[in-house]
Ligand binder design. Structure first.
Ligand code: SAM
Length: 324
């Protein structure tokens, strides 16, 4: 379905409520209960994520933004003129703006995000700021395959993919390689991917980034249960769960969990789930990388790492990968 709205084109493949329900039921029936992190981002979740990005403890956004600002000319030289920029999980687009300003006459900006309201708000705002730019908003789950995306631009246009915020880290390593392979096919020969990857570091720094002193990350995590209650008619008792961020050294990742404080049950669409004291719902993984490890993963997906930049404190990495 394609609708022309204001200055943007909007393509709507938003997952149905039935998809949300079946993924929730599937996750809660597993031995380790889990919920997919892609459902964090209803309007409230997207707003809470923006708040997280401004927290003193949450360094990734500031670090990645500084890399883009300080190396914009070099990124632009690699991308060349007239690239069509395709962003996966675009969010509010602060860093995107910095990149679009640095690039030489980008021909189009295509934003793909599952969070419909936030996507429409951010692309409409961008289109107002950049009337020179063709802006296309695609509401879709990029994990469900990018093959449904229509042929957005002719084959002659060079495509620059953007995957910022270390969102790649939400995938398990084999899923990340699968996603990168699909993205590479979409970007085509001559295309490239600019991708942010957070670096493994001291446990205390990572822990604080995912369990801030103001409790914003806790509210973000808990919002998933609130969304299930509202959209799927669930009856989770929000006061009976608490947020937990676990730094897991073996897998080099931060896991977010919702921990049941009491013995309890919750019913969603007639399905009943039991929770023991201390039992958790695993809601998100954020894998952390080394530069070498990330390059190896990119190569396994068929990309050729061309350039890597770090922020001054060497907390975060940004990679320009050729879709070789
Ligand atoms: C961690 S935020 C990053 C946002 C932004 N790129 C940044 O760097 O600040 C992840 C974004 O990806 C979107 N997202 C998460 N999973 C997705 C999926 N499976 N398909 C499409 N968008 C997804 C979310 O709605 C959110 O806007």
């Amino acid at each position: 379905m394609e609708l022309k709205r204001e200055a943007i084109s909007f393509i709507d493949f938003e997952p149905e409520a039935a998809d949300f329900l079946s993924e929730v039921l599937d996750g809660l029936t597993r031995p380790q209960k889990s919920l997919p992190c892609k459902f964090f981002y209803d309007s409230r979740g997207a707003a809470l994520f923006d708040e997280i990005c401004r927290l003193p403890e949450y360094y990734p956004t500031r670090a990645e933004h500084s890399i883009i600002v300080e190396n914009g000319a070099e990124i632009a030289a690699l991308a060349g003129p007239s690239a069509a920029v395709i962003e996966f999980g675009s969010g509010s687009g602060l860093k995107t703006r910095a990149l679009l300003e640095a690039l030489e006459t980008p021909s189009a900006y295509i934003a793909i995000d599952i969070a419909r309201d936030a996507l429409l708000a951010s692309t409409r705002a961008l289109a107002r700021e950049r009337p020179d730019l063709e802006v296309i908003a695609v509401c879709a789950d990029y994990g469900a395959g990018l093959d449904r995306l229509p042929e957005i631009k002719g084959a002659a246009v060079r495509r620059l993919g953007l995957f910022l915020g270390s969102t790649i880290g939400n995938f398990e390593p084999d899923e990340a390689i699968g996603f990168l392979r699909t993205a590479r096919a979409l970007l085509g020969p001559g295309g490239a991917l600019l991708i942010g990857a957070d670096l493994w570091k001291q446990r205390e720094v990572l822990q604080a980034a995912y369990d801030d002193s103001r409790g914003v990350t806790a509210a973000f995590n808990m919002n998933l249960l609130r969304r299930i209650n509202r959209e799927l008619g669930g009856n989770f008792n929000l006061g009976a769960f608490r947020h937990e961020a676990r730094c897991v050294e073996d897998t080099r990742r931060i896991e977010m969990h919702l921990v049941s404080a009491v013995r309890q049950q919750a019913v969603i669409a007639g399905h009943r789930f039991f929770f023991g004291i201390g039992e958790t719902i695993h809601t998100e993984n954020s894998h952390k990388y080394t530069v070498e490890g990330f390059h190896a993963m990119a190569r396994m997906a068929g990309f050729a790492p061309r350039q890597t930049w770090l922020d001054r404190a060497e907390r975060f990495s940004l990679h320009y990968l050729d879709a070789a």
